[in-house]
Design a protein around this ligand. Structure first.
Ligand code: ATP
Length: 234
């Protein structure tokens, strides 16, 4: 579904990713893990059209998208869930969710999807009229995920969903990610919390200073000595 080929992205003279290669097959959860500054967020920004790569290719269902606008990329079926704190504060939960569907015109289908989001995140229905700024970090993360789902993505990009959340919330959010995947959405997840990210991943890639240094199934990476030492405190 997604193929990233020899992707190099720069910020001025700083090279953030160095000829990265990886792919995501339809139906998978793929996790990219790595320390601070490894280049994970940069990869997501390049895929969603927020930062142009200098070289390399990003193919979505065989179509090169690295020069497409973010709007076009969303229309093709890729939606990014930013960290939970990037929800629209000063707007209600409902307004945030409606923003996720702003490129769609199919009103009755939008209503169905709103119901689907409330089924997955019942707390959001309870708080639909509440200003998003008043929600907890975990609830804001749910708003961010719900908003992305409102665009009916084929591929969901998740940026550090565990960031700043208490362990109980992390568990809940990751259960929901698995459920969304089981219901047919392909997921690319970037995380510093390697343990939770690899536990739910079909496959994973380890990034270090802008390069892929290791790959395998989630289970293989969890069991690997290098990953244990570098990311799991083992
Ligand atoms: P984190 O989890 O801390 O966000 P990351 O793995 O997502 O880390 P990136 O944010 O992609 O890493 O950063 C990769 C490299 O690019 C780092 O060396 C970082 O300092 C640099 N970088 C990121 N954003 C910018 C920017 N806007 N301007 C200059 N350098 C940047």
């Amino acid at each position: 579904m997604l193929k990233v080929k020899d992707l190099s992205v720069y910020y001025g003279v700083i090279q953030a990713t160095k000829e990265i290669n990886f792919d995501v097959q339809e139906g998978e959860i793929v996790s990219l893990i790595g320390a601070n500054g490894a280049g994970k967020s940069t990869v997501l920004k390049a895929i969603s059209g927020l930062h142009r790569p200098k070289s390399g290719e990003i193919l979505f269902n065989d179509r090169p998208i690295q020069k497409d606008s973010t709007r076009k990329i969303v229309q093709l079926g890729i939606s990014q869930v930013p960290e939970g704190r990037h929800v629209f504060k000063g707007m209600t939960v409902m307004e945030n969710l409606e923003m996720g569907a702003f490129l769609r015109k199919d009103k009755s289908e939008i209503q169905k999807d709103l119901k689907m989001v409330f089924d997955r995140f019942p707390v959001l229905e309870e708080r639909k009229k509440q200003d998003t700024a008043t929600l907890s970090g975990g609830e804001q993360q749910m708003v961010a995920m719900g908003r992305a789902l409102m665009s009916r993505p084929k591929l969901l990009l998740l940026d550090e969903p565990s960031m700043g959340l208490a362990p109980l919330f992390i568990k809940e959010i990751f259960n929901i990610i698995q459920m969304i995947n089981n219901q047919g959405t392909t997921v690319l997840l970037i995380e510093q919390n390697a343990k939770v990210a690899l536990e739910i991943a079909h496959r994973g890639y380890v990034l270090e200073t802008g390069k892929v240094v290791q790959t395998g199934t989630g289970k293989e990476l969890l069991a690997s000595d290098e990953v244990q030492k570098a990311y799991l405190g083992g």
